[in-house]
Design a protein around this ligand. Structure first.
Ligand code: GLC
Ligand code: GLC
Length: 651
């Protein structure tokens, strides 16, 4: 009889009670040694198991060997937790006592390529004082795993998740660095590249020999029948490199699914063994001291015929299952989602049970959009609608990262403010490639798709903001203007709520570097224009106060210091305000009795702001602009200079 009751909690409990004693038996000695910690592990296991069970059942419950899958997964959880170093277990306990510390205004992230920044891992530790000065509390090292020689998508074609690329060091180097960072209260962030492996990964090598167990790790096809059916709905991610999402593999005599480059083979998550194996790689990384795990390319992990195979419901279920496993065996680790897709979809990955952190590609794209148009209506409208995310989660706000800029705003949002989305994207691309008359930007086109007209943009913050152009013209006014643009964008990611993430190099105004064009492994991928080996902070003349780099850096340091002393800048609670001027973008940040109004002028002319807006939000007759420590009388109107941001204390 169907009573309508959910049978899963009961079955979850039963399965656990059947499997756990067997696993405990296997590890009885280590469990005894773990003492009290084991009880804490068990406590977490009992509170998260049902959630994990439900996810796994959704994915694999129909398979005849589901119970075996559960068994193997519990075994993985216990064995990896037992191997977890003591200091990480202490960190776990700390995190559990004070869950989700990422809300703090003290948080500032940074991201860099180890080889480009310091040649290798062991030398990176020498730069910890520099990171401290910048105020970093988490550091994302771009993928540093073993990869194929030559082209490897900047490290995103991983051949072994447990070995460091020998050119930059070893696992021991990583361990030393991680603990040195932790001593300085900087958390390590690494990538979990789980949508695909490189075609040189051991699993791929075994698949190539025809081993059926490993063929089942990937999505391979003997002929074009299914690939052609799938292909009709798929988007080309790197269309200038290759058309279509399938690659012919000579050794296998089969087509293999490759969403990105032909050497990046998509994993088959319909196979429970793939889920379990990748979960073990994740727990291995967690045990190396990773506190922020960047989930790469989350949108692509589940395929369904007749869809574009992006953002499928099962993609969420898989991440939630990983999340439950991390909560059990490595609870100090937080997930960061890399979903560079439509705003409606980006937000679906953000949840305490899925990814607590997420890149904010919408804010990023719209900052550049407003800089080009000098108008804030789309930014204003979209942020009103879309900034809110669940409690216990935070946006990671960035201006530039290692990837291109895609115009991922919502078409309907654009229409609501009278913008034609298709035409507008074309304009933005023309603007940022410098084609549009009067443009200040020196961006480089990325992945033009002749069939759809789609295009994305590469380039560094400073080059896109006009500095490269201004320097080449040797025009001091234009240089000043470009610096103002950079500072304007920085002001917003520092104050709007969430974790600001600095792309290291931008703090000193790194320009485009065109030398990638002479490297055959890089020349076809313009993203290398903003992945440069230049390292300003290692220069002898760091104290040369005259250089532009030095001033950029000082401004950055001042801004992070200031942010950290404004409790209202912690995560959450951002309210967009009507500034009454189409060039100004404003919002309120409030906490306890502190209230800050931030106003940003996106125009290259001075703009008037109506002081009564401030009084409406509780300001008395003056406000303090914290960025310059100046008093702003707010009786009538007041002026913001070209591209000027103001952080007005109105409490
Ligand atoms: C992510 C990375 C990008 C890479 C892709 C494939 O989007 O940020 O650099 O090309 O995944 O792994
Ligand atoms: C991936 C790519 C990135 C691209 C995006 C488009 O994340 O790495 O370059 O912009 O897909 O969806």
């Amino acid at each position: 009889m169907n009573t309508g009751q959910d049978w899963r909690p009961e079955e979850a409990r039963k399965s656990l009670n059947r499997i756990l004693p067997e696993v405990e038996q296997l590890f009885s000695e280590q469990i005894r040694e773990a003492g009290q910690d084991w009880h804490q592990f068990k406590h977490r296991l009992y509170s998260e198991w049902e959630r994990l069970f439900v996810c796994l059942h959704h994915l694999y419950g129909w398979q005849y060997d589901f119970f075996y899958t559960l068994h193997r997964i519990l075994y993985s959880l216990v064995s990896y937790w037992l191997e977890r170093p003591l200091e990480l277990k202490l960190l776990d306990a700390k995190q559990e006592a004070k869950p989700f510390s990422y809300v703090s205004e003290k948080m500032v992230g940074g991201v860099l390529y180890v080889d480009l920044f310091s040649d290798n891992l062991s030398r990176l530790a020498d730069h910890i004082p520099y990171f401290k000065k910048l105020g970093l509390t988490y550091l994302h090292l771009m993928p540093l795993y073993t990869v194929p020689h030559g082209d490897n998508d900047g490290g995103y074609a991983v051949s072994d998740y447990r070995a460091i690329n020998p050119d930059i060091g070893s696992m021991d180097d990583l361990a030393r660095l991680t603990s040195a960072l932790r001593d300085e209260e900087i958390s390590l962030a690494l990538d979990f590249v789980f949508n695909h492996t490189s075609d040189e990964h051991a699993w791929a090598e075994k698949a190539k020999t025809g081993d059926p167990d490993f063929l089942a790790y990937y999505l391979t096809f003997p002929d074009r029948e299914l690939p052609d059916q799938f292909q009709r709905y798929l988007r080309d991610i790197f269309p200038t490199v290759r058309k279509g999402s399938f690659t012919w593999c000579e050794e296998m005599n089969r087509w293999v699914w490759t969403t990105f480059n032909s050497y990046q083979w998509d994993l088959n998550y319909a196979n429970a063994e793939v889920f379990r194996s990748m979960a073990e790689e994740m727990l291995f990384l967690a045990n190396q001291g990773v506190e922020v795990l960047r989930l790469d390319a989350v949108a692509f992990i589940w395929k369904r015929l007749g869809t574009n195979c992006e953002n499928q419901p099962e993609a969420h279920t898989i991440i939630r299952a990983f999340n439950a496993m991390a909560r059990i065996a490595a609870p100090c680790m937080t997930f960061k989602s890399e979903a560079i897709v439509a705003p409606d979809e980006v937000v679906r990955y953000i949840h305490p049970d899925e990814c607590q952190l997420s890149y904010n590609p919408l804010l990023m794209a719209l900052l550049w959009e407003a800089l080009a148009t000098q108008e804030t209506k789309l930014l204003d409208h979209s942020m009103r609608k879309r900034y809110r995310i669940p409690d216990g989660c935070a946006w990671v706000n960035y201006i530039r990262c290692h990837d291109d800029i895609g115009w991922t705003f919502d078409d309907q949002d654009a229409k609501e403010v009278g913008i034609d989305p298709v035409g507008h994207r074309k304009f933005l691309n023309r603007f940022y490639t410098g084609e549009f008359p009067g443009s200040f930007a020196r961006g480089v086109p990325f992945q033009f798709n002749a069939d759809t007209g789609d295009l994305r943009i590469s380039g560094t913050l400073s080059s896109l903001a006009g500095l490269e152009d201004a320097l080449s013209r040797e025009d001091n006014d234009l240089i000043k203007r470009a610096v103002h643009r950079v500072n304007l964008l920085r002001s917003i990611v520092m104050s709007i709520g969430g974790i600001p993430l600095l792309y290291i190099g931008d703090e000193w105004g790194m320009l485009n570097d065109y030398t990638y064009l002479s490297d055959p492994a890089k020349a076809t991928d313009s993203r290398w224009v903003h992945r440069s080996r230049k390292r300003w902070e290692a220069r002898e003349d760091l104290s040369d106060q005259e250089t532009l780099e030095w001033r950029f850096f000082q401004d950055m340091v001042k801004l992070t210091d200031l942010r950290k002393n404004i409790p209202a800048f912690q995560n959450g609670g951002m309210e967009v305000i009507s500034t009454g001027n189409p060039h100004l973008f404003g919002y309120i940040r409030a906490f306890e009795d502190q209230k800050i109004m931030i106003i940003n002028n996106f125009s290259d002319r001075s703009q008037k702001m109506d002081g009564t807006v401030l009084t409406k939000y509780g300001a008395k007759n003056e406000a303090v602009n914290l960025l310059r420590n100046e008093i702003i009388p707010i009786g009538g109107e007041f002026l913001l200079g070209e591209y000027q941001p103001m952080w007005l204390d109105i409490s």
